[in-house]
Design a binder for this molecule. Structure first.
Ligand code: HEC
Ligand code: HEC
Ligand code: HEC
Ligand code: HEC
Ligand code: HEC
Ligand code: HEC
Ligand code: HEC
Length: 265
């Protein structure tokens, strides 16, 4: 065999080994709070007892997790519904970050207190969720996600999973209609969403589009409030079910601010 090829293969082999050991050794995202128990616990923490905290729990978490401040599931209210006992409410009976997350969980599954995921997770509290509250549980997501990678199941599909969920109602039968038509572009197929005022392509891989089109803001510079599920422009890029803007926009489009977040003139 060619010497250079052998050397190359050795390098590739070493890299694969390094990568796999890196993946294996990667900590499972569990919190390491050693030495800082008192920053949260006012009294010596005990399992199964009512704990007393130095501040309200959200403030304790947000110190490190800014993610949860905007366009996220609301906290701070007493639930109107009956919620399962494995969820934790604070001393005033209010929902907080630690309601859904156990900060001391040692697995890496988002520290969720329920084993269910997606819409089933939301429906542990929002019984019959989708039908009752219109948008409650529509996306199965609790926080704005800036960018998520394509998955095995989504590969080859034009629309991301969240947009497909929206269209269950918004093809016109239940919610206001969002017309969607197939457009065959030069490079790949995408769909066109037509709102009452304008139409817009969806299903386009934003990173790829921005790489070839200088009039689009680079992927890394986009506001974290704009979600690109599976990397694509979809309903959740412009709408968020937790937003209190008109038309559930991720942020106000006054002065075309939303359009100009992606389209730099
Ligand atoms: C960032 C804030 C924070 C820090 C730091 C922290 N905790 Fe906690 N801890 C919580 C919250 C929130 C809960 C959830 C309340 C509950 O489940 O009763 C909790 C619960 C507990 C519980 C009760 C668990 C149960 O199942 O009843 C124990 C025990 C505990 N913590 C021990 C510790 C110890 C020991 C440390 C330091 C190594 C520590 N905590 C650091 C926030 C914190
Ligand atoms: C109603 C349940 C719920 C509440 C309340 C909640 N979360 Fe989450 N959180 C989730 C779920 C579900 C995920 C998994 C990813 C997703 O759906 O967004 C998650 C993911 C996360 C992540 C992983 C980072 C990411 O998005 O990939 C962090 C960090 C987080 N939550 C922090 C918080 C903080 C801080 C608060 C309080 C302000 C909070 N969460 C309140 C349900 C909740
Ligand atoms: C001292 C900083 C700090 C505090 C305080 C803190 N976290 Fe974290 N949290 C982290 C770090 C670091 C990670 C590791 C994930 C990463 O690599 O970004 C993390 C990860 C998480 C994750 C994702 C776990 C996963 O599987 O990916 C959740 C959910 C989370 N924290 C919830 C909370 C909640 C709820 C609180 C408040 C009770 C809290 N955190 C307080 C630093 C903190
Ligand atoms: C631990 C219970 C619990 C879980 C789990 C939960 N929610 Fe909620 N959610 C609530 C409570 C409590 C409210 C406040 C309204 C009420 O009390 O009826 C609420 C309100 C909402 C609202 C209305 C928001 C607003 O600002 O008006 C939406 C939308 C929502 N949830 C979506 C979701 C989604 C999506 C999920 C899954 C990712 C989810 N919820 C999971 C308890 C929960
Ligand atoms: C279970 C059916 C259902 C699902 C799923 C659903 N919607 Fe809706 N949506 C509705 C209905 C019904 C209305 C009209 C509600 C009203 O007028 O109060 C509506 C209204 C809207 C509006 C107009 C809101 C306003 O403030 O006037 C927007 C924007 C919207 N939906 C976006 C979405 C997005 C984005 C998704 C996916 C995350 C989605 N919807 C998923 C049923 C649904
Ligand atoms: C590029 C941004 C963008 C995308 C992508 C987008 N929308 Fe919108 N949508 C808007 C804006 C802006 C409005 C405000 C009204 C207008 O100007 O037409 C709106 C309005 C709406 C309305 C309210 C219509 C009414 O009758 O009041 C609904 C419902 C809606 N969108 C659903 C969707 C659904 C479902 C998807 C995904 C298939 C989607 N949107 C994708 C930007 C977007
Ligand atoms: C999430 C980022 C994003 C937002 C927000 C956004 N766009 Fe776009 N827009 C795109 C991408 C990506 C394309 C496809 C460009 C390409 O293929 O090179 C596009 C294409 C277009 C086109 C060309 C349509 C066609 O059929 O090819 C128009 C017009 C347009 N956008 C208008 C708007 C308007 C108006 C708004 C505000 C309501 C808006 N866009 C908001 C990302 C965005």
């Amino acid at each position: 065999m060619n010497k250079r090829l052998v050397a190359l293969l050795a390098v590739v082999g070493a890299m694969v080994l390094m990568l796999s050991s890196f993946l294996a050794a990667r900590p499972n995202n569990a919190h390491d709070f050693s030495g800082r128990c008192e920053s949260c616990h006012l009294t010596s923490p005990r399992k199964g007892q009512k704990n007393i905290f130095t501040m309200d729990i959200d403030t304790l978490c947000i110190e490190c997790h800014e993610v949860a401040v905007k366009n996220s599931h609301p906290t701070g209210m007493v639930p109107s519904m009956k919620i399962p006992e494995y969820y934790f409410l604070d001393w005033q009976g209010k929902l907080n970050c630690a309601t859904c997350h156990n900060p001391h969980a040692d697995d890496s599954k988002m520290m969720l207190r329920s084993k269910t995921r997606g819409r089933q997770f939301c429906e542990t509290c929002h019984a019959g969720g989708v039908l009752l509250g219109g948008h409650v549980a529509a996306s199965g997501m609790a926080h704005t996600k800036n960018w998520t990678p394509p998955t095995q199941e989504s590969f080859g599909q034009i629309l991301d999973r969240v947009s497909l969920e929206c269209l269950v109602c918004h093809e016109g039968s239940v919610g206001p209609s969002a017309d969607v038509q197939i457009r065959s572009g030069s490079e790949s197929q995408s769909l066109s969403y037509a709102g009452p005022g304008f139409s817009h392509p969806i299903g386009i891989d934003y990173g790829k589009a921005a790489a070839r089109d200088r009039q689009l803001r680079p992927l890394d510079d986009l506001s974290p409030l704009i979600s690109l599920y599976e990397g694509k422009v979809g309903c959740a890029s412009c709408h968020n079910q937790f937003s209190h803007e008109g038309d559930m926009l991720v942020f106000s489009n006054r002065g075309s601010a939303l359009c100009l977040e992606c389209h730099i003139k």
